[in-house]
Design a protein around this ligand. Structure first.
Ligand SMILES: Cc1cc2nc3c(=O)[nH]c(=O)nc-3n(C[C@H](O)[C@H](O)[C@H](O)COP(=O)(O)OP(=O)(O)OC[C@H]3O[C@@H](n4cnc5c(N)ncnc54)[C@H](O)[C@@H]3O)c2cc1C
Length: 377
């Protein structure tokens, strides 16, 4: 941990920190603050944790995670030596600040192609994000779309209800960002159905369609899908009766006994019953992967169904296309501000238009009517 002495040393160097003297003007990464940032922003904290991460198997170098800094070297040395256990440590590579330019992501189509230069695709922190996954995810989509363009095929755009990638790129290209953008689960409105455990079920079909997923891999997912479907149907149509034996087993499982038949589906909905304990009541066997999905789908059916309804409403707006060169000038009832925003963002469907900050539901209605009248759907 850092300590009071460390913090005093850091404060004594702030007037030479490029972050605080104004030399670095860019907005820093909120979620990976430098140690000087932490000392200033969280002044009430008496210490900050430092993780010593070995740089490799055959090296004596460590990366002190938690004290990233752009303070002058003499301060860095004093700061490090003030930490218990690091009094003798030597700095082999000092910390330094970096500042990089970004392209406003509003300058991009959702396929990550720049609006101004056809066939130029951008991905990664140049688009205003920070993070490995954020960069990797965009790289994948930009690469796919560059390849699809060469093949003269339509672009691949994952929507917000399909994936985290969809939310990331939609946020960037419709809302923009004024600080390094990080992907969080909280940014995803449909996170009950966009789960890690069902990524294959959500995305393999798309991967297969664009030639990235082998036939054999795709077949596996199709098989799993079928197993899930059949499994749920089986649980729905199979019941258990209130026999003494059944009720004894229910008691053993700490769940209420029954006085009339209930389906295995309803039994599985009980919090005390999992897919594995169902075996005590029936001789069912599910494929391991499918079993987990069946359990989730049955237990959370009500919530999942509600979310699918929301997705359906969302998709209806996404389906209404807006031509990229639509002339917004003759549209009655649009304020000057909204018109300017629509011209600047050039949304490609009504869903995207509705997420541009400042574009009101009333403006969306105007657009919808206009598009229907002009057959631009
Ligand atoms: C100290 C530090 C710690 C971080 N820790 C984390 C972390 O723990 N977790 C996390 O998720 N993220 C972390 N990040 C953020 C993350 O590293 C970046 O956001 C991410 O790596 C950006 O990837 P990128 O591919 O967009 O850009 P980069 O990785 O910067 O790739 C751009 C590449 O382009 C090359 N290049 C530049 N100009 C040219 C040119 N003219 N011609 C050819 N090539 C060129 C560069 O050399 C570079 O290789 C950290 C960043 C820093 C600086």
């Amino acid at each position: 941990y850092t300590n009071k002495n460390t913090h005093d040393i850091i404060r004594s160097g702030l007037n030479r920190s490029p972050l605080y003297t104004g030399k670095i003007k860019a907005t820093g990464v909120r979620y990976c603050p430098s140690i000087e940032d932490k000392i200033v922003k969280f002044a009430d904290k008496e210490r900050h944790q430092v993780f010593l991460e070995p740089e490799g198997l055959d090296t004596i170098e460590y990366y002190p995670n938690g004290v990233s800094t752009s303070l002058p070297l003499d301060i860095q040395i004093k700061m490090l030596h003030s930490i218990e256990g690091l009094e003798q440590a030597e700095i082999t590579k000092p910390g330094y600040g970096i500042e990089h330019d970004v392209v406003d992501p509003l300058e991009l189509y959702p396929a990550l192609e720049t609006k101004r230069i056809r066939n130029l695709y951008l991905a990664g922190q140049i688009n205003g994000t920070t993070g490995y996954e954020e960069a990797g995810a965009q790289g994948l989509i930009a690469g796919i779309n560059a390849a699809l363009r060469i093949k003269d095929k339509p672009a691949l755009v994952l929507d917000r209800s399909s994936s985290y990638i969809g939310v990331l790129i939609d946020d960037l290209t419709t809302k923009g960002t004024n600080e390094p953008y990080r992907m969080f689960t909280s940014r995803v409105e449909y996170r009950l159905i966009i789960r890690e455990d069902n990524a294959d079920l959500r995305l393999r079909k798309i991967g297969h369609e664009i030639g990235l997923i082998k036939e054999s891999e795709f077949k596996k997912v199709q098989k799993k899908e079928k197993e899930i479907h059949n499994g749920i149907a089986y649980l729905r149509k199979t019941s258990i009766s209130p026999t003494i034996e059944v009720n004894n087993r229910l008691k053993q499982a700490n769940t209420a006994t029954i006085d009339k038949k209930i389906s295995l589906e309803d039994l599985l909905k009980r919090p005390q019953i999992g897919i594995i304990s169902l075996k005590k009541f029936d001789r069912i066997v599910f494929m391991k992967d499918a079993a987990k999905q069946i359990e989730i789908e049955v237990k959370y059916a009500g919530f999942i169904r509600r979310q699918f309804k929301e997705v359906e409403r969302f998709k209806n707006l996404e389906k209404i296309r807006i031509p990229a060169d639509l002339d917004y000038r003759p549209m009655p009832g649009l304020s000057r501000e909204i018109r300017e925003k629509l011209v600047m963002h050039r949304p490609l469907n009504l869903g995207q238009a509705s997420r541009i900050s400042g574009v009101t539901p009333a403006a969306i209605s105007v657009l919808m009517v206009w598009l229907k009248k002009s057959g631009g759907k």
